[in-house]
Write a protein that binds this ligand. Structure first.
Ligand code: ATP
Length: 447
């Protein structure tokens, strides 16, 4: 049975608000330390949020490292030698202009203001002062400037300072890349838009080392590859764009840069940055450490400092994007159905196993189906509430398929597979069930 369900995009004005509520209610995202009133721009991920996040991480790692011959992984520490951040330019330059409203005394990032205070509407601000975004702490028991260290504001520097160790250990030849996923910290002046701009977040970055002169081509390659990755994850292509940085926008280390942007309800915003960092970082670290970080090209017998193309993305921001992009409200038989149209590769749960009711006769076979599917798919077994409510819950958390065990199942060992998007149901034998689901996932690119 097919029920026509016209796709209706939810009102962008209230979309973020609805997601905040859904995320909390269903267990995707919670404010950190909520029982103490929360802490600004820091969030926890509940059972479904964790699953979604792990899928994003895993898909990135698979695409960027495991499926390539020319990229290796690294996990460097969050606290690094403080000289790293002097060499990288972060101590002197990782700042945003901070202004204070003269009327209500709230502080804002000057480049985010549109002339008036968003809190009280005043137009009077203090002179801007440069505010460094790095979190500081102390290593060891003495809290003096000699013991001061930073929580890393990006993962990239780990790849530069371990460049020679990785080269020696892997015998990789240029062009090749080093990839890393992990936490970064920025004391953002004006965080907000839910999990868009956080103070503690997670990044996935890859430094791709190339011969100078080939850098422009590699930038072209990576910007397209990264754009395509989001499309493969099911993000609607008309909501994505690549935007080149203008000359006055470029970071101090960059020769050229592009952002993959998404059209959020609050406007087009960066999802990922792809930059040509030139040889800036390796040159700086060579100078500051006194260690030679150049590369020896066996064929041409020359030493040079490689150029670097860097795709850098935020896991939390990608998660937010996937949720916003997947959210939909549809009218079905006079009722509103909320659906997250997650691509099956990212969906926290791929298959819901649902006995039609709590009737004891149905439970052994339902558990058998659960056991059968669990090794191959991300499965949830659920026997609480009416079947209609359970379908609605799984639509709302984006589960692509629901398998229902009913009284007919007991007679002929067949079950129904319900498709989240079309709400169509088909009957298949339990012996063919795993193959049928695998086929459906493969067809949608989500196996
Ligand atoms: P902005 O200029 O908006 O402050 P940025 O250009 O400095 O950000 P990058 O240093 O290029 O950001 O970081 C790479 C990616 O890391 C971003 O595209 C984003 O996905 C993620 N990211 C950066 N800062 C944050 C943050 N505060 N919260 C969540 N994700 C972030």
């Amino acid at each position: 049975m097919s029920i026509p369900a016209p796709r209706r995009v939810a009102d962008p004005g209230t979309l973020v608000e609805k997601l905040v509520s859904l995320s909390k209610r269903r267990g995707f995202i919670f404010p950190s330390s909520e029982i103490y009133g929360g802490i600004n721009a820091i969030y926890d991920f509940g059972p479904l949020g964790v699953a979604l996040k792990r899928n994003i991480r895993q898909l990135w790692w698979r695409h960027m490292v495991e499926l390539r011959h020319d990229v290796v992984g690294l996990e460097s520490s969050i606290i690094m030698h403080p000289r790293v951040w002097e060499a990288s330019g972060h101590v002197a330059g990782f700042t945003d202009p901070l202004v204070e409203c003269k009327n209500c005394h709230q502080r804002f990032r000057q480049d985010h203001l549109e002339g008036v205070c968003p809190n009280c509407g005043s137009k009077e601000f203090s002179e801007p002062r440069q505010f460094n975004l790095m979190f500081k702490t102390f290593l060891g028991p003495v809290e003096d400037s000699a013991a001061q260290v930073y929580l890393r504001p990006e993962t990239a520097q780990g790849m530069f300072v371990q460049f020679q160790n990785i080269l020696g250990g892997t015998r990789k030849r240029i062009p090749f890349g080093i990839a890393q996923q992990g936490r970064s910290f920025r004391n953002e002046i004006s965080p907000g838009n839910y999990i868009f701009r956080l103070r503690e977040f997670e990044q996935q970055e890859m430094e791709f080392f190339v011969k100078p002169g080939t850098d422009d081509e590699w930038l072209e390659y990576w910007k397209q590859a990264r754009f395509d990755w989001y499309v493969a994850l099911g993000v609607r292509p008309d909501k994505l764009r690549l935007r080149a940085h203008g000359p006055d926008e470029l970071a101090h280390y960059a020769k050229a840069a592009f952002d993959v942007e998404y059209e959020f309800p609050f406007g087009w915003q960066e999802l990922e940055g792809i930059a040509n960092r030139t040889d800036f970082d390796l040159r700086q670290h060579s100078q500051y450490s006194g260690k030679d970080l150049s590369y020896f090209d066996e064929e041409t017998k020359e030493h040079y400092l490689p150029y670097v193309i860097e795709p850098a993305m935020g896991v939390d921001r990608a998660l937010f994007t996937l949720m916003i992009d997947a959210y939909d409200e549809e009218e079905v038989r006079g009722e509103t159905r909320v659906v997250l149209h997650f691509h099956p590769s990212v969906a926290p749960i791929q298959v819901a196993v649902l006995p039609l009711s709590k009737n004891e006769q149905l439970l052994p076979m339902s558990r058998e189906v659960e056991e059968l599917l669990r090794p191959q798919f991300r499965v949830e077994y659920d026997e609480t509430q009416s079947i209609g409510r359970r379908y609605r819950r799984h639509d709302e958390i984006g589960t692509p398929y629901a398998v229902t065990i009913d009284f007919e199942s007991l007679k002929d060992r067949t079950v129904t597979i319900r498709d989240r998007d079309s709400m169509d149901q088909v009957r298949v034998g339990i012996s063919e069930l795993a193959a049928a689901l695998a086929g459906k996932l493969e067809d949608s690119g989500g196996a």
